[in-house]
Design a protein around this ligand. Sequence first.
Ligand SMILES: [Zn+2]
Length: 277
Amino acid sequence: MNKRKLFFLSILIFICCIIVFYHSILNMADIKYKVPYSNNVAREDLQGRTYKKITITKIKDEKIAFLTFDDGPCLNNTLKILNILNENNIKATFFVVGKQIEKFPVITNKMVEKEMSVMPHSYSHEYKKIYKSIEAYKEDLERCCSVIENITGQKSGVYVRVPGGANNRYCNKAVIEAIRETIREKDMFCVDWNVSGGDAVAGKIPAKIIKDNVLSQCEGKKIAVILLHDAYYKDSTVEALPDIIRGLKEEGYKFKTFNDITLEERKRLMRIRVINV
Ligand SMILES: [Zn+2]
């Protein structure tokens, strides 16, 4: 055998060794996830040693979506949204406006009846008024919470969405910091979002854009808090909602609300600053 043939033969043997080694590593990894026995009864081997069944469950990372609707309830869109959620057997969170729930108590109670999460947003939602001072904000939030309690007969939740977000540019820095401090003192949490439908950037945003905004921003996210609106003039949000839900389901998202958020999920949202304290 000449040197050239010997060289190629060595290369071939080397490649074969690599393949065999790689497969044995894969098999070892696989064994870790194999369930050894089909029941929980302790087994005995030939030497008389007993072994208990060890079940190793490989936990698949699940994706979680919190659909949130701000600024409602309203006469034309909130019930349509509730119907869509109901048809899809999913729940969502509504950050409500106090004066709106005073106008539409029946719709508000429909949300509660359908096991939606009803959380405070603002009583008046008038930026000039609520961001004038920390006292003005405090009064507005307390009024919103007490209206929720009076109408639903339930204690207002501890998750609050500050109008415009917890770091908004409509409020001066000192006041917004004091607002976050106030919310913290009340053992409440400011909930922002990491996905926005963009349905509030103008009066009428086409449904396709809202849907594309949500689905594209959800890409790569294991946990998504999605900002949408159920105000009177947001019919394109309603139009986009079935496609948003379908798209999220196809991507493997499970839907949750701020009523059933776990401590672990809250910590995750705090780490990515969607929940601010
Ligand atoms: Zn709002």
